[in-house]
Ligand binder design. Structure first.
Ligand SMILES: NC(=O)CC[C@H](N)C(=O)O
Length: 209
């Protein structure tokens, strides 16, 4: 692999174009993924937000579910945003009866956790692990977002809501995590206009090569 890794964006639902643009800006070579042959050709994958139950049904319908589980088990770097975070969780609170997920991150995620009053909100998050010296908070957009209720010992917490001075919910919920080669955020950095999450993921992919 060159220093420009080929990173797929699962293109079944969600902000595909925005993730493609953010990955290109971060120095990767983005490609869309809808088929198993396309999945086989990528160095890493982004799972966009949307509706986790729908994306799972589409993964199965497009015969991507089994190969994707296999590649995750074999160490494929994957970044999941929002519904993508839910798909990567080993445990989901509020899952539908037939929702299996992909798993991989040792965490419990609660779907639609922030509740009705705050279906959507924006908040400035402190993200030191994703930042260079001098960079300020990350302006994060949450849309019917999950939060992380519990993480295993090997999971690194990268961001919580309620940083000092933040406007939003202010209660210290975990909203960004990394577990080995898997990265997940409850928010949508592809529409926040802040490139840090995608740059961090491209760095993870380069390190994994
Ligand atoms: N913006 C999102 O991805 C929302 C996730 C959605 N609430 C779900 O459960 O899948």
């Amino acid at each position: 692999m060159t220093s420009s890794p080929t990173i797929g964006v699962l293109a079944l639902q969600g902000d595909v174009r925005e993730h493609v643009a953010a990955l290109a800006a971060a120095g990767a070579r983005p490609v869309t993924v809808r088929r198993a042959t396309e999945l086989a050709a990528v160095d890493a994958l982004v799972l966009p937000g949307g509706e986790s139950t729908t994306i799972e049904k589409l993964l199965k319908a497009f015969e991507l579910y089994v190969p994707l589980r296999g590649r995750i088990a074999a160490g494929l770097p994957v970044y999941g945003s929002c519904a993508g975070m839910i798909l990567l969780a080993d445990r989901v609170a509020g899952a539908t009866a037939d929702q299996e997920g992909l798993g991989g991150i040792d965490m419990t995620v609660r779907r639609n956790a922030f509740g009705r009053q705050v279906d959507s909100f924006e908040e400035d998050l402190a993200v030191p692990a994703l930042s260079e010296a001098g960079e300020g908070p990350l302006h994060a957009v949450f849309i019917r977002a999950p939060w992380v209720e519990q993480v295993g010992a090997d999971v690194e917490v990268l961001a919580r809501t309620g940083a000092p001075g933040a406007s939003g919910t202010g209660d210290g919920k975990i909203v960004a995590v990394r577990h080995g080669r898997l990265l997940a955020t409850a928010f949508h950095p592809e529409i926040g206009g802040d490139g840090r999450v995608h740059r961090y993921f491209v760095g993870m992919v380069r390190d994994a090569a």
